[in-house]
Design a protein around this ligand. Structure first.
Ligand code: PRX
Length: 664
């Protein structure tokens, strides 16, 4: 592990105080939540749990902390589907829209809270009919269609835990996850629409079940695209046939606050993914709290949109559980941001065809909050502003970003071009493991700095430490969380030792997040990426995030990724991959100019050994750049498993270009 002396790309000291609109709003420079939480964080979270959720039985103890194992709201009983659905219907909001769903081809479906409740109750009865009961685990491998949240909520109604497997994963991933969790059932679809065509899913389930995943007894299949599928007699069942006969009466089961809600697998440093466990009461409390305050929610009028995929934790917490608990209206979209609606294809000769899909959705539904990833923002930057300008985005009130450090340039672009220069940006730092937001500005409260995630939310304590575990009060360090929080992971499924070892052993008594960060003199946190992505070049520690900021600072560069490749002389060598902004031609001269630009901007030690100009970067479907793979390309090693690539073709392209450049 590298040490914590991380050099940082210094940005201008730009600050954005809460705008007038927010200064007059509910939070209105309100520090009282922080004061309350600082005074007694357990009491603070207990109040949130009681105010934001409805409990069948109140808890009698807030926290039981046997490091590293936490239990929250002990003795309390609740049901998540009840909190997400029934209580809103009971309160007279049955006709309120829960989801405006839009398919990639442009087909739409609308679900009110009572319609969603009906579907969830019916599907819970279907699950019961398959013999599933409290404590069982099932897998969900679906496209972004309404049946996905319906399936998740149906599980919560009867205490079955779900393990959502991202639709872009391979049969191997299905096998690993089903075997590990001993899943009894898989819910899938024939296919889902991606980039204008059906992308098959059921066939991957068939492949997985042909070899292993032997605990799976039944498969339920949604017919989304009307593609040909093989149905195994006795094992495979059509969703619509099961639902046609299901009753919509299924009382929600009161569940213990610590009942397992879901397992979500995430990559660690080894090849075996970690099954991150989340439970019921604490998870829902923090997710509901953050969704309400971080997005400054006005549940009666807002149309909130988290443009993530439910296959990742962002979708679990901020498409399904947070928004529904808070009773708001959300948009849910099936496809990719550059795929036009079918009806917009006809006779349309626009040159930037389809590149306005997101802006079009925002305008048509009157979206008030947009929550997306910096990679997406940088892609939009690359596409230019002419498509943005064709749309009225004035309904937007809050912009969010998540998943990776946002460079100040992308922050400013988002702020100016999407936010009209006035909307607050919430740069939310959190992880699959943390369950909900941990570090982020709050609209109306926090003065933001472009590129900084600012401060912890009330009730969460983050601290930076150096190699020896000493507190760092200014400068670079390892990001740790020093007190338990309600939505924290409860462990790694089936592997308590790995849980202890991965998160709690490096700095005793602290959760080590795996990220490096810097604390500036105003107490603002600047996330620098994973510390395992920190390079050591000739004994100097340099963060990949720093070099990337230097690369994207060049006017021709739209997006960049940097890896540390093994080098016999310098230990590691910096290798950069860049995508050019539209209108620039790739050339050896430009590559050299970009290298020099980094050296000028950050110092000679930061000059990359090579800068490859590439047409695209290999990314997971959640938008994260696959640095390991880029490192492998740089070092000429085997690529290994590429199943998490959004587009595996990109790799060949990068590889070819890298090889070509080597030969030059
Ligand atoms: O490195 C941090 C980065 O994403 C990691 C967590 O990834 P995952 O579990 O897939 O969850 C992503 C969505 C919550 C973190 O360890 N990360 C996440 N959000 C930010 C971030 N890095 C910088 N700024 C963020 N806002």
């Amino acid at each position: 592990m590298s040490d914590a002396t991380i050099e940082v790309y210094e940005t201008e000291d730009r600050t954005f105080p809460p705008s007038a609109e927010f200064a007059a709003g509910a939070l209105a420079n309100d520090q009282s939540l922080y004061d309350e939480a600082n005074n007694d964080f357990e009491a603070f979270w207990a109040r949130q749990a009681r105010e934001l959720l409805t409990w069948y039985k109140d808890f009698d103890q807030v926290l039981d902390w046997q490091l590293p194992f936490a239990k929250w709201f002990i003795g309390g009983e609740l049901n998540i589907s009840y909190n997400c659905l029934d209580r809103h219907v009971d309160a007279g909001k049955g006709d309120k829209i829960a989801y405006h769903w839009e398919g990639e081809p442009g087909d739409t479906r609308t679900f009110t809270y009572s319609q969603l409740l009906d579907e969830v109750a019916k599907f819970a009865n279907v699950l019961k009919g398959m013999g599933l009961k409290k404590g069982d685990r099932i897998a969900i491998y679906m496209p972004m269609i309404p049946e996905l949240p319906i399936a998740m909520l149906a599980c919560t109604r009867i205490g079955v835990a779900h393990s959502v497997i991202f639709g872009g994963f391979s049969p191997d991933a299905i096998i690993d996850r089903c075997d590990d969790a001993e899943a009894k059932l898989i819910i899938t679809a024939d296919a889902g629409y991606r980039r204008g065509a059906p992308s098959a899913l059921k066939v991957n389930v068939d492949d997985a079940l042909a070899s292993r995943a032997s605990t799976v007894e039944n498969v339920i299949v949604v017919n989304r695209c009307d593609t040909e599928v093989t149905m195994a007699e006795g094992r495979d069942h059509w969703w619509h046939e099961l639902m046609a006969n299901a009753s919509n009466q299924c009382p929600p089961e009161p569940l213990d606050a610590e009942q397992l809600l879901y397992i979500l697998y995430t990559s660690g440093t080894t090849a075996k993914p970690k099954g991150i466990m989340h439970t019921t009461g604490g998870y829902l409390t923090q997710v509901a709290f953050t969704h309400k305050y971080i997005f400054d929610l006005k549940p009666d009028t807002d149309v909130y949109w988290c443009a993530a995929d439910i296959g990742w934790v962002t979708g679990h917490s901020y498409i399904v559980y947070g928004p529904l608990t808070n009773g708001c209206t959300s948009v849910m979209y099936e496809g990719t941001p550059d795929t036009p609606r079918e009806q917009d294809r006809n006779g349309d000769d626009r040159s930037a065809w389809g590149k306005d899909r997101l802006w079009d959705i925002i305008e048509r539904y009157g979206v008030t909050q947009l929550y997306t990833a910096p990679t997406a923002i940088r892609t939009f930057m690359k596409w230019g502003t002419q498509e943005v300008e064709r749309h009225d985005l004035s309904t937007l009130r809050v912009l969010g970003t998540v998943g990776e450090p946002i460079n100040p340039e992308a922050w400013m672009w988002y702020h100016e071009h999407i936010g009209g220069g006035s909307r607050p940006i919430v740069d939310t730092w959190w992880q699959t493991e943390t369950g909900g937001h941990m570090i982020t500005p709050m609209p109306g409260v926090t003065t933001t700095k472009p590129g900084s995630a600012c401060q912890t939310i009330p009730g969460v304590t983050a601290e930076l430490v150096d190699d020896d575990g000493n507190l760092v009060t200014e400068g670079g360090g390892y990001l740790t969380i020093s007190k338990p929080w309600p939505s924290m992971l409860r462990g790694i499924w089936g592997d308590p030792e790995r849980f202890q070892e991965t998160y709690w052993s490096r700095f005793p008594g602290r959760y080590f997040a795996g990220d490096g960060a810097r604390l500036d003199s105003d107490g603002y946190l600047w996330l620098l990426g994973r510390v395992d992505d920190v390079m050591n070049v000739s004994g100097h520690r340099i963060s990949t995030a720093e070099i990337e900021s230097g690369l994207v600072d060049h006017p021709s560069v739209a997006e960049a990724a940097v890896v540390g490749a093994n080098d016999d002389t310098t230990g590691q060598a910096i290798v950069g991959y860049v995508i050019l902004r539209g209108g620039n031609e790739a050339s050896a001269e430009l590559s050299e100019e970009i290298r020099q630009h980094v050296a000028t901007k950050l110092g000679p030690i930061a000059r990359p050994k090579a800068v490859f100009i590439v047409p695209d970067l290999p990314k997971t479907r959640s938008g994260k750049i696959m640095r390991r793979l880029l490192r492998d390309v740089a070092e000429g090693r085997d690529l290994g498993d590429t199943t998490t690539l959004a587009d595996a073709g990109v790799v060949d392209e990068i590889r070819t270009r890298a090889a070509d450049s080597d030969e030059e």
